[in-house]
Design a binder for this molecule. Structure first.
Ligand code: ZN
Ligand code: ZN
Length: 875
């Protein structure tokens, strides 16, 4: 009985068939009691509000390729999926929903609001996880986690309390990023910087005790001057030595501003004198601490001027700016106004301009945590791929500042600190506190703030495995093997996971960090909503097939480099899937359900044709190359090799040769195709399973079949050289046919000049391939081509060959053809000569490259000589 598959390849249909079955068979499930070595990847948890974008698809495809191969290699693989509760992002989504009903979160109150978010999460959250299934990601769904689930919340509390007890978490008044709309502190990550047209105002401050004398300071935010408490110059700036010990008078307010010297002041910027506003500017805050300056907050959490702003109190910051400027102008203090392109920090979630505010917040003292995390990378316990990303990591780690972890939100892990209303005692505790340990009062209230989302996601590599309990999972799967992430979150997430892993588990969270590029559009532009060039991955999977999109991403995605996605690119890989499908249809015409899968040993004991020996050799070489590339995470190289093998060697050549004696070669055909499907499976999981199930195979699913390993005994140098010769002759005859305009079915004769016995034997033995694949009807082997004037001559595999053209074409077009070929060869010769006479190329290029070019040059020169011989004979 012949195997039947549909005539045309329907990706959507094939792809709908397998995922559910794989999952129900438990193939993706890790076993914490297995004696096999573990291979562990924690999926970077997408936001619960997230939708799959191309960046996810790239990261998930890379992870899936790596995990699927490891699984096939017999590793006990765990790829753990899950979601991040994404504090501010999620809270905003639900607040927007409420706003549609004219409600705010305050109308509901904290408890009801949080309940509402959970409801939302149950109903709409996690769409992205369904989408991740759709692209074939082979995660262990039985271990799916959520950063806000019970277990992970317990881990968060444990970490908070331990850090607090060790003095690594403290509460203090610091300058933080504040969003006046979201009414919360933001981390640097949650602030986006936009270049905006703005103005630089030059303001005159009178000098105290020297009437009629002014200094000039420049600012983009004149309203903050209300909070100035000093003016500063660089200590080496000789122009202002005379002001030492003097003071300026703040216009509109009348406050006395001492002159201070600080080396952060740039003497070349403006007049070299700056105003210092410790409560509203991060650099000024630090300066204020150094010089013990007063911190005066003149802007409040609602972005309105506070009582400290005098007559401007209650005005919005923008309104206050206009009024301050008008008053400065009226009193003659505004010297001039300039236009300026200026970077403005905005809230990532709502685009409101962020206000640097002095605020009482919780902080993690980071340096004691950062030092071991720096050492771990220096000592190679964790390695970056590509390795140059470790520089970025160090840069960030060496400049790291204490981390503001409190957020004035309702959705998130509430800070486990309680305050006594009677004696003001504060208790930080693993369990809820109902009674004051000091005064025994029961009037206790918990801190209103929640923790930064990253506080819980930094624990992802071990909180997901049940920590702080010493679970079987934790023993089996920590530390993880690999983390795959885009380069934009190295600092925020990777570094924090390193710090917390080392602190609480005593070991790094992963041995390697693979940094992916980012996805760009066909014009190499970064994708963004505002540019309107965002590609929806599910849409293109629908259009081109998931397997094709996955393959395209793997093929284009060298580690750390960006990928431009275009229709042409995707079209090309859809064609690849179709090519494989069509090859399968041809194979299935010859394969019976009763055929069995032969091993390489079986095959090598049988009577193999030269084409069979060659394709087995070619397959072995491809397997070696693919495995080497995948070991180095060069997925793009591996994809290139598989593609070349499938498309060119297998489909274009071997299948054509196979047709000559299908019965004899059937066992090889099945063996090669089955092996190649396994080799390709991690890249294109759906089509490979579909076809694998239909041909003879061992086991229940390709997902758990073994990954092909390099078998040196399949290498066959003799068959390689011989088929290379035959292929070259066929190609050259085909070229002559097309250049001379001969019809595809028009038989031609072929003359080959050689006196070599081995070559003669080869040509005689393999003539059927030339006959069949180049439409040659007669092959003559001669010592030399002689003086035939009407024959198209060329060189193939170092042999002079001729297609006699008498009665087929005229001399003129043959001359034109030879001339054209001659020019082509000459161009190559010139190019190589130029290169090889270039001293700096010889010096810098690897020796093998230089050698290879010398060899090619000799080769082309030989061809050129033979061609010119033919051309001469024609005249
Ligand atoms: Zn905001
Ligand atoms: Zn008390």
């Amino acid at each position: 009985m012949k195997v039947e598959i549909s005539k045309t390849y329907n990706a959507a249909e094939v792809e709908s068939r397998w995922y559910g079955w794989w999952e129900s068979q438990g193939y993706f499930k890790a076993d914490n009691r297995s004696s096999r070595p573990a291979f562990v990847i924690m999926m970077p948890p997408p936001n619960v509000t997230g939708m799959l974008h191309m960046g996810h698809m790239l990261g998930d495809t890379i992870q899936d390729i790596i995990v699927r191969r490891k699984r096939m290699q017999g590793f006990n693989t765990l790829w753990l999926p899950g979601m991040d509760h994404a504090g501010i992002a999620t809270q905003n989504v639900v607040e927007k929903e409420l706003a549609k009903q004219g409600l705010s979160r305050h109308d509901l109150g904290r408890e009801k609001f949080v309940e509402r978010v959970w409801e939302w999460k149950r109903e709409y959250g996690g769409i992205i996880l369904k989408q991740i299934r759709r692209i074939g990601a082979s995660c262990d769904w039985s271990r799916e986690r959520f950063t806000f689930d019970e277990g992970l919340s317990r881990a968060v509390r444990e970490v908070f309390v331990r850090l607090y007890e060790e003095g690594l978490i403290y509460r203090g008044k610091r300058l933080i990023n504040w969003c006046p709309r979201c009414m919360t502190a933001l981390s640097d990550l949650e602030v986006k910087h936009e270049s905006k047209d703005s103005k630089l105002y030059h303001i005159k401050y009178p000098l105290k005790d020297v009437p009629g004398t002014f200094i000039t300071v420049a600012t983009t935010r004149p309203e903050t001057m209300l909070g100035d408490t000093a003016v500063a110059v660089h200590p080496d700036d000789e122009r202002y030595l005379k002001y030492r010990g003097k003071a300026a008078i703040l216009p509109l307010v009348g406050r006395e501003l001492p002159f201070i010297q600080d080396s952060v002041v740039d003497p070349k910027f403006g007049t070299g004198i700056v105003k210092v506003t410790p409560a509203h500017d991060p650099a000024d805050f630090d300066m204020g601490v150094r010089h013990n300056l007063q911190q005066i907050s003149v802007i409040g959490e609602d972005a309105r001027i506070t009582a400290a702003g005098g007559k401007y109190q209650g005005q919005d910051r923008m309104e206050a700016r206009r009024n301050v400027l008008a008053d400065l102008e009226a009193q003659g203090f505004l010297e001039k106004t300039e236009s300026l392109l200026h970077s403005v920090g905005e809230c990532q979630r709502c685009s409101t301009v962020v206000e640097p505010l002095l605020s009482e917040q919780w902080f993690v003292r980071i340096k004691p945590l950062a030092d071991p995390a720096i050492a771990a990378v220096e000592q190679g316990q964790t390695q970056f791929v590509p390795s140059n990303w470790s520089k970025t990591y160090y840069e960030w780690m060496f400049n790291i500042r204490d981390w503001c972890i409190s957020r004035q939100l309702w959705w998130g892990h509430r800070i486990p600190a309680w305050y006594c209303d009677d004696c003001a005692e504060m208790i930080v505790s693993r369990t809820d506190v109902h009674e004051c340990p000091k005064c025994k009062s029961s009037r206790m209230h918990q801190d209103e703030d929640v923790l930064d989302t990253w506080f819980s996601s930094q624990l992802w590599p071990f909180s997901t495995l049940g920590w702080p309990d010493q679970t079987e999972d934790l023993k089996a799967f920590y530390p993880g093997s690999l983390l795959v992430t885009a380069y934009d979150i190295i600092f925020f997430w990777v570094a924090r996971m390193m710090m917390s892993g080392l602190k609480f588990m005593g070991d790094v969270p992963f041995r390697e960090v693979y940094i992916t590029g980012i996805i760009r559009d066909a014009e190499k532009q970064k994708m963004s909503k505002s540019k309107g060039n965002v590609v929806d991955p599910l849409e293109i999977c629908e259009k081109y097939g998931t397997d094709a999109v996955r393959f395209a991403l793997a093929r284009m995605g060298a580690p750390g480099t960006d990928i431009a996605v275009s229709d042409d690119l995707l079209d090309g890989y859809r064609a690849f899937a179709t090519k494989i499908w069509n090859a399968a249809r041809l194979i299935f015409r010859h394969v019976d359900a009763s055929d069995r899968l032969a091993s390489l040993n079986d095959l090598q004991r049988s009577n193999l044709s030269i084409a069979d020996r060659w394709i087995l050799s070619e397959l072995a070489r491809t397997i070696e190359g693919v495995n080497n590339s995948l070991d180095k995470y060069n997925l793009h190289e591996a994809a290139r090799e598989i593609y070349g093998f499938f498309w060119h060697e297998f489909c274009d050549w071997y299948l054509e040769m196979f047709k000559l004696h299908p019965e004899r070669s059937k066992a090889v055909l099945i063996h090669v195709f089955e092996t190649a499907l396994r080799l390709l499976h991690p890249f294109m999981p759906f089509i490979t399973e579909e076809l694998w199930q239909s041909i003879p195979h061992r086991g229940d699913s390709i997902v758990i079949a073994s990954y092909p390993e390099f078998e040196p005994k399949a290498l066959d140098a003799e068959a390689d050289t011989q088929i290379t010769t035959i292929k070259d002759i066929i190609v050259k005859v085909r070229n002559i046919r097309s250049e001379m305009g001969l019809g595809a079915k028009q038989p031609v004769a072929l003359r080959v000049a050689t006196t070599d016995t081995a070559t003669t034997q080869l040509l005689t033995g393999a003539r059927e391939y030339v006959f069949k694949l180049a439409q040659v009807s007669d092959l003559e082997i001669v010592p030399s081509l002689g003086d035939n004037k009407l024959g198209a001559r060329t060189v193939a595999a170092g042999l002079s060959i001729e297609v006699p053209l008498a009665g087929l074409v005229d001399t003129e077009s043959e001359r034109a053809r030879l001339t054209k070929e001659m020019e082509k060869v000459q161009r190559e010769v010139d190019k190589l000569l130029r290169q090889l006479s270039n001293a700096s190329f010889i010096e810098r290029a690897p020796r093998e490259v230089v050698e290879e070019n010398r060899r090619r040059l000799a080769d082309y020169e030989g061809q050129s000589a033979k061609l010119s011989e033919s051309l001469n004979r024609l005249i």
